[in-house]
Every structure is written in structure tokens, then in C-alpha cells.
Design a binder for this molecule. Structure first.
Ligand code: HEM
Length: 424
């Protein structure tokens, strides 16, 4: 007996439709409850929305990332990267990545990053009081560029060029862009590769000491494999990190109690102790849970797979819908609410299993460094009124703009606990 395909009720916008792209959560909530392993007739994809099932998709070897990520546009001249490779070869490509993104690499840039963040906040503070900086363009992007600048040992004069290349290549994050944009993405990825290749050559001739210098000098990868991993790191990392800031402030600023709590925490600079660092990192995790910059990721089944929510045939093109799993009430109490101290917080914003984001610690460090400092400096900061201006692209989940009112000039001198009345 064949069962009739399940359809979304008409009052809900399909998550890939123009309106659904802006707010996919109602549709994901319905799917998770009513058809957690859903065959989407329009795209031919299977949408897996429950937390436990998404964990299986990310960890079980019957779900191939190599096949699932094939449709992602990338630099054609490069060999497969670790995200487009399954174990055991995946491990060979991933292991040297620790030199670039592992704990000691992150520690080595922490002090410089703290200074970069303070300078970024100083620049914001010098703007005319009436100006409303855009959290995406004026905070998120400079933060992401500074992080890559430090990891890669870029001179400050190179930052603008790097950012232009990274932004252009970020088209490749979205596996569903139309062919013309995918072609642009491939050209941009090739330009980024040429730039990184030349920069690694400069480092090898005695450029700045930076994690990239050690990574590029390691001989476990061929040069083009090394460039493939770097390309993936920039395409997969620069924009999600940049978008983290706008997405986070959008969830955070309306909750004044959470703002004060985060502002009161210590920093995660690694300099002078780590008293409140853990609290800031937990807040970053919670903010990523609520609005994951990478809302889903693709796999293909190599066999029939029984999941708790339904059965997938062999060869199924599957999306593990991270942003649905991250609001699964079976795992998260009050899943649509922000709880900056949520712990444990087994969200999937960094993926899971063998492809778990190699930079998760770096992202927690950078976000946990920026957010408390930003809110201490501008305790009266407010977001725009009205519906947030979400972009229509599917990956990353991002705000087109998020203009913030920094609050009273000089408010940074006040105690964050008393500078703002509680509207929360
Ligand atoms: C908020 C920022 C970020 C988010 C939300 C994020 C999210 C993710 C997710 C969901 C995956 C798994 C993809 C999959 O399983 O198909 C992933 C993998 C990866 N991420 Fe991140 N990422 C972020 C930032 C970064 C940064 C800054 C870098 C590099 C500097 C980076 C490097 C990587 C790499 C290399 C992988 C592939 C790991 C592998 O295949 O073994 N990510 N990331």
C-alpha cells in the first residue's frame, strides 16, 4: 500500500518560498511535528527536522557528505575538500586543519583579536551620535575579517581586498543558487584560490608568524589540497562568522535582562583569566541555536535508512535541517525562547559527527569576546523596530541590514547594571 504524500498546510509558507525564506520556523515546526522525515515534492529533497534524526544524518556513515555536497559550486581546479569527502579520506584532509584552527592556533591569536575588537568598538564609539551603524556591515564583517586576518597573517592593508574576495566567494555557501550565480561563485572561488596561493608563498618567504604559516608548511597535504581546505575555510567560515553578529543582536537586544547579563560577564580573551568567558561562550551557543547561520546541510543515503521519524530510500537527497532540530521541544525546553545560560545546549549549529565545524572553538571565542565588550561599551544599544530584514538567500541565514542605535553617547562610562531601565 502506498501512502499519499504529506503536504504542508496552505496557510504555512514553504521554507524555500520567498516568504518562507524570511521566516521558515512555522513550517519547520509543523514538519517536525507532523512529518519529521518529509519528502518535498517541489525540490525532490527529503527534509529531516527532528533533533535525534538530524544527529543520525550527520553521524551515520550511510549518509554521504561527498555525494551530498556535490552540488555546491566551488573552484573547479581544486581537489575535493574535507567537507566533500567521506571517511577514511576525510580524516587525512581534516587532521592538518588543527594547525590552522586547533586550540593552540586559537590561543595564539587571542591577544591580537582582543585588541582588534577594542579598536573596532573605539571606531564605533567615534561615530556621530545620530548615526545608526549596521551590525552586519560595521561590526560582523570587520570582526570576521580581523579573525581571518590574524589566522592568515594578513597585513592590515590587505584586509579590504581579502574581504572583497571572501564576500564574492561566499555565493558558494548556498547550494540552491541559480546556475548564473553559481558560475559567478566558481570564478570568485578561483580568484580567492589565486590570492591565497600567493599569500602562502609570501608567508613561506618569511612573512608574519601566523597559524596559516604552520598549516601551509605542513607536508601531509598536497599544495592544491591545502588550498582546497583554505578555500573551504573562507567560504564556509567568513560569512557565517560575519552574520553571527547581526543574527545574535536581533535575538538578544529585545531581551534587556539577557543584555545586562551578558554585559556583566567577563571576556574570553585568554588574557587575565577567564572568569566569565564560559558564560559568554554559552550565550554564543544559545544565539547560534536560535538563528543558525547554516540552517541545513546536505547528504545522500548510500542505503535504505530507518529513522525514528520515517524511512529514507537509498540514494535519497537529504537535508539535515539544523534550524528545525535546534528548536526541537524534545531536547530544548521553551525552544523558541532565548536563554543565554542554557546548559547543556546540544544544538547542531556547528553540525555534528565527522564534519563538526573545525572552527567551533574559534567562533565561540570570537563571539564571546565581542558581545560582552560591545554591550558593556553601549549598554543602551537597541535594534530597529518592526520585522527583521532577513535576506532571501537560503544559506547563510542572514540579515540584510540590522541598524543599531548605540544609545547615549558616553554610556560606556556607566555601570551596565544601572544604565538601562528594564523593559524586558
Ligand atoms: C558562526 C560561524 C560558523 C558556523 C555556524 C559554522 C557551521 C558549520 C557547520 C554546520 C559545519 C558542518 C557542515 C556539514 O556537516 O555539512 C561546518 C563545517 C566546517 N566549518 Fe564551520 N561554521 C562557522 C564558522 C567557521 C569558520 C570561521 C571556519 C574557518 C575559519 C569554519 C570552518 C569549517 C570547516 C573547515 C568545516 C568542515 C569540517 C569537515 O568537513 O570536517 N567554520 N561549519
Amino acid at each position: 500500500m502506498t501512502t499519499a504524500p504529506v503536504r504542508l498546510p496552505e496557510h504555512l509558507d514553504h521554507p524555500f518560498s520567498p516568504a518562507g525564506r524570511i521566516n521558515p520556523h512555522p513550517a519547520y515546526r509543523w514538519l517536525r511535528t507532523n512529518d519529521p522525515v518529509h519528502h518535498d515534492a517541489a525540490s525532490g529533497l527529503w527534509l529531516v527536522t527532528g533533533h535525534a534524526d538530524c544527529q543520525t544524518v550527520l553521524r551515520d556513515p550511510r549518509f554521504s557528505a561527498a555525494k551530498g555536497q556535490r552540488e555546491r559550486a566551488r573552484d573547479d581546479a581544486l581537489p575535493p575538500s574535507m567537507l566533500t569527502t567521506d571517511p577514511p579520506d576525510h580524516h587525512r584532509l581534516r587532521a592538518p586543519g588543527a594547525l590552522l584552527l586547533g586550540p593552540s592556533a586559537v590561543r595564539s591569536v587571542a591577544g591580537d583579536l582582543t585588541r582588534d575588537v577594542d579598536e573596532l568598538l573605539d571606531r564605533l564609539g567615534r561615530r556621530p551620535a545620530a548615526e545608526r551603524p549596521d551590525a552586519v556591515a560595521d561590526i560582523g564583517r570587520p570582526l570576521a575579517t580581523a579573525v581571518f586576518g590574524r589566522l592568515f597573517g594578513l597585513a592590515a592593508a590587505e584586509y579590504a581586498r581579502f574581504e572583497t574576495l571572501a564576500r564574492a566567494a561566499s555565493i558558494n555557501l548556498d547550494p540552491m543558487v541559480p546556475p548564473a550565480r553559481a558560475a559567478l561563485g566558481r570564478t570568485a572561488a578561483a580568484a580567492l584560490t589565486r590570492y591565497l596561493d600567493a599569500h602562502c608563498a609570501t608567508l613561506a618567504r618569511g612573512g608574519r608568524a601566523a597559524p596559516l604559516a604552520a598549516f601551509a608548511a605542513d607536508d601531509r597535504l598536497t599544495r592544491s589540497e591545502m588550498l582546497g581546505v583554505l578555500n573551504l575555510a573562507v567560504v564556509g567560515g567568513w560569512q557565517p562568522l560575519a552574520e553571527l553578529v547581526g543574527n545574535a543582536l536581533c535575538s538578544l537586544l529585545p531581551d534587556r535582562a539577557a543584555v545586562r547579563r551578558l554585559a556583566a560577564g567577563d571576556d574570553t580573551s585568554g588574557e587575565g583569566g577567564d572568569a566569565g568567558g564560559e558564560a559568554a561562550r554559552r550565550a554564543v551557543d544559545e544565539l547560534l541555536r536560535l538563528e543558525a547561520p547554516i540552517p541545513f546541510t546536505a547528504r545522500v543515503t548510500t542505503d535504505t535508512v530507518e529513522l525514528a521519524g520515517g524511512t529514507l530510500p537509498a540514494g535519497a537527497r537529504v537535508l539535515a535541517v539544523i534550524s528545525a532540530a535546534n528548536r526541537d521541544p524534545a531536547v530544548f525546553a521553551d525552544p523558541d525562547e532565548l536563554r543565554v545560560d542554557r546548559h547543556p545546549n546540544p544544538h547542531l549549529a556547528f553540525g555534528g559527527g565527522p564534519h563538526f565545524c573545525l572552527a567551533a572553538q574559534l567562533v565561540r571565542q570570537a563571539g564571546g569576546l565581542l558581545l560582552p565588550r560591545l554591550l558593556r561599551r553601549f549598554p543602551g544599544m537597541r535594534g530597529p523596530h518592526g520585522v527583521p530584514d532577513w535576506d532571501r538567500c537560503l544559506v547563510p541565514r542572514r540579515l540584510r541590514v540590522f541598524p543599531v542605535d548605540l544609545g547615549v553617547p558616553g554610556a560606556d562610562d556607566k555601570d551596565p547594571g544601572t544604565a538601562e531601565e528594564d523593559h524586558g
